[in-house]
Design a protein around this ligand. Structure first.
Ligand code: AMP
Ligand code: MG
Length: 303
């Protein structure tokens, strides 16, 4: 059911769950300081307890009391990119229950760039642990409708309209002054390295063998000539398929990366509902601005 920000504040304070919009995707939130509340997130999503949650804060001050150290690199990055789609992984204090971090000694923190999310966290007065508001392994939600589609009417959601960024945050760990990319996002990693420290770590590939998948088999193709047999759906960016080809539906995707990211999950949700035998996606270029999108498409693709 749809709820107001104030109703979400009351739910969070009562140790219950509330889904809310951020600039990346919709989150399924609970009081990050309350282990029993956080356990409800794992149960609802069907998420294994081995997968850590991101903790959302409304200020740098709120973040600092949750971590054992706040190195200069963290301070520089937070001041430069918060609020925004950047998660910083740092050693946690005992204030963060182990269930939030899947037993890891570190916690992922982020200040979302969304007025609704910030007001919710500020008014609740506690940091909010929130993974994406979808069932484990499925597509992330970028509208309130996607959240209802995943969980039915039992979920409480603040409807803040479509998400501006549309894919999950860049995740970077900071240890001993060294930056390591854990998940690419729309803030490119080289830019982060430059902003934090001139001589820090080399980029590491995304570590989690995680899918962000539609139910429909998805194929990345370099060329419309490579489309599978039968009538499926084709997302093209530059290379439109011949009209005579075996395609049930062609969707023109935005040419630029930011607009493409904002559109991607919604298009995949729509096509999933339409029950095509396959979805083929014209592979975007392998350049830094497309890294995060290519990462999500590769994880979504059928192997
Ligand atoms: P999400 O499903 O968007 O909530 O993604 C959470 C992601 O954040 C995980 O897949 C990790 O990549 C990352 N993450 C969160 N907390 C940590 C942590 N303590 N250590 C390493 N990665 C983390
Ligand atoms: Mg997720």
């Amino acid at each position: 059911m749809e709820i107001s920000i104030q109703e979400a504040v009351d739910l969070i304070r009562a140790g219950r769950l509330a889904a809310f919009p951020t600039e990346t995707v919709y989150g399924l939130g609970a009081n990050a300081l309350d282990a029993a509340a956080v356990a409800k997130i794992y149960a609802m999503k069907g998420r294994p307890a081995t997968s850590p949650l991101i903790v959302h804060v409304s200020s740098i001050d709120m973040a600092r009391v949750l971590v054992a150290e706040w190195p200069p690199e963290a301070d520089q990055l937070a001041r430069r990119y918060w609020p925004g789609p950047l998660t910083l992984v740092l050693p946690k204090t005992a204030a963060i229950p182990d269930i939030v971090t899947a037993g890891l000694p570190t916690v992922g923190l982020r200040m979302p760039d969304h007025a609704v999310a910030l007001e919710l966290i500020r008014e609740a007065g506690v940091p909010i642990a929130a993974p994406s508001a979808n069932r484990f392994m499925q597509l992330s939600p970028t509208t309130a409708r996607h959240v209802f589609d995943a969980f039915g009417d039992k979920v409480h959601v603040i409807d803040g309209g479509p998400c501006r960024v549309g894919i999950e945050s860049t995740v970077v760990s900071i240890a001993g002054g060294k930056l390591t990319l854990l998940r690419p996002g729309m803030i490119p990693f080289p830019q982060l390295e430059l902003a934090a420290a001139p001589e820090s770590a080399h980029p590491a590939p995304g570590m989690h063998e995680r899918h962000y998948s539609p139910r429909t088999p998805l194929f990345l193709v370099a060329d419309p000539e490579e489309l599978p047999a039968g009538y499926g759906a084709y997302l093209w960016r530059e290379k439109r398929a011949p009209v005579a080809g075996n395609i049930g539906r062609q969707i023109k995707m935005p040419t630029r990366a930011a607009a493409y990211a904002a559109r991607l999950y919604d298009v995949l949700h729509i096509l999933d509902h339409e029950d095509w035998p396959w979805i083929a996606v014209e592979a975007p270029p392998d350049t830094p601005e497309w890294t995060a999108i290519l990462d999500r498409l590769r994880r979504a693709a059928t192997r």
